[in-house]
Ligand binder design. Structure first.
Ligand code: C5P
Length: 408
């Protein structure tokens, strides 16, 4: 487990419904070794109580700017100096407007002006509010000042609408923030200057303009590997299918939709690639024909003819100057046996055998366990957080990659 000692994270909670997820966020950060203090706006207290956040953080929660007691203890300047990172989650449209304009009319906005710590915000609001030009202008102002913005994610909102505006999930926020801290502090040079390409997420094989074939891949494992490779000094290109994850910092992301697009993007950079890690859950088949117009309902049954997709991993492994290739074998039974066969069938250097059966299965979970299989070794990595697992995998990949270079 990568521990993040002395990582003091000040969470500012503002008044959106996503505030109900903040106790979980605090726990996620604390489990990863961070120290957390919470500052709440007045309206945030309508959604989650200071008592709850005090209990999960284990430290007093700060509420008011002009509080005689607070100013003698952890006042705004002390809090501003204490924090290694200030995270506002959820950040409402109102609060974004406030800090874009430099207001200091409550404890949180005041300490944001007073701190030298980096500021990260996780916006959450109704999708119309997010897309409003005023909010988008405030967003540009904040980004131009170096504020890091996580999300928002797309999906069903508390108000019943669908669109961008959901707060990024607490696990992802915790992982992103702490991996960034790790980057500053314990950036290692395991893969310094090495070009790494990672594929991640599902693919979307369109049937017509509104329907398609896809799967439940969350992209978490691929994104964690891209982040871990980056933190190890690699130049990372992440070829990603549609997911709701923020791009790890310093990673060059190429967003694609279908398997054919993913293959094209990968082949476009493979000649400069030293390590290729195929994590994407690529659809095995796609519709022979994608209709230009929405298909109308007609008979009681209908058939869609499918054709096999190209195998991206096998195509990379078949390149004349192939990079060191790593694939995943997601299996539900006879895991190692199937994975060994898959490694040979696709001619890849290493395969990560992955049990996706049952509750502990990898899909969408924050944790994962794998067995790394090469031609002469099998290395088991126990169940752990996907980012920590990714770091372990990068160490093993580096060792095996070095061996193949010595043979050249
Ligand atoms: O054959 P299977 O889908 O089980 O193989 C899984 C591995 O192959 C993963 O590494 C996945 O990213 C890769 N793959 C691919 N292109 C496909 C199918 C799988 O790159 N069309």
């Amino acid at each position: 487990m990568v521990m993040h000692k002395n990582k003091r994270i000040l969470i500012g909670v503002t008044g959106g419904i996503a505030a109900y997820k903040v106790p979980h966020l605090v726990r996620q950060l604390k489990e990863r070794g961070a120290e957390v203090r919470v500052v709440m706006s007045g309206s945030a207290q309508e959604f989650v109580t200071p008592m709850t956040l005090q209990a999960v953080s284990g430290l007093p929660v700060s509420l008011n700017l002009l509080d005689v007691e607070a100013e003698s203890g952890m006042g705004h300047i002390e809090l501003a100096r204490w924090a290694d990172v200030v995270l506002v989650a959820p950040a409402t449209a109102n609060f974004m407007a406030k800090i874009a304009s430099g207001f200091a009319d409550d404890l949180l906005s005041t300490l944001i002006l007073a701190t030298e710590a980096p500021l990260i915000i996780a916006p959450a609001m109704n999708q119309q509010m997010w897309q409003h030009p005023a909010t988008q202008e405030n967003l540009s102002i904040l980004e131009s000042r170096g504020v890091k913005v996580l999300g928002p994610a797309d999906g069903l909102q508390a108000c019943g609408e669908i669109g961008p505006g959901r707060m990024v999930e607490p696990e992802i926020i915790a992982q992103t923030i702490l991996s960034q801290n790790t980057e500053d502090e314990s950036h290692c040079d395991l893969l310094s200057g090495v070009n790494v390409v990672v594929t991640a997420g599902p693919t979307w094989e369109a049937i017509d303009p509104v329907r398609g074939i896809t799967n439940h891949s969350s992209g978490k494992m691929g994104y964690a590997l891209a982040a871990a490779a980056r933190h190890s000094g690699a130049n990372v290109t992440l070829v990603s299918g549609p997911v709701h994850l923020p791009t790890p910092s310093g990673v060059n992301k190429i967003a694609v939709s279908s398997a054919k697009q993913m293959l094209e993007a990968v082949l476009g950079c493979v000649s400069d690639t030293e390590i290729f890690i195929g994590v994407a859950a690529v659809a095995d088949y796609r519709p022979v024909q994608t209709r230009d117009q929405k298909i109308k309902k007609s008979g009681d049954t209908m058939s869609i003819e499918l054709v096999k997709n190209p195998d991206i991993l096998a195509s990379v492994a078949a390149c004349p100057e192939k990079p060191f290739t790593v694939g995943f074998a997601a299996e539900t039974e006879n895991i190692l046996e199937h994975a060994r066969k898959k490694r040979i069938a696709k001619s890849v250097d290493m395969i990560a055998a992955n049990n996706v059966a049952g509750r502990e299965g990898a899909f969408g979970n924050q944790k994962n366990a794998v067995t790394l299989i090469t031609k002469d070794a099998e290395i088991e990595i126990a169940l752990m957080d996907k980012y920590d697992l990714a770091m372990e995998m990068i160490r093993c990949i580096k060792q095996e990659y070095e061996k193949t270079r010595l043979l050249v």
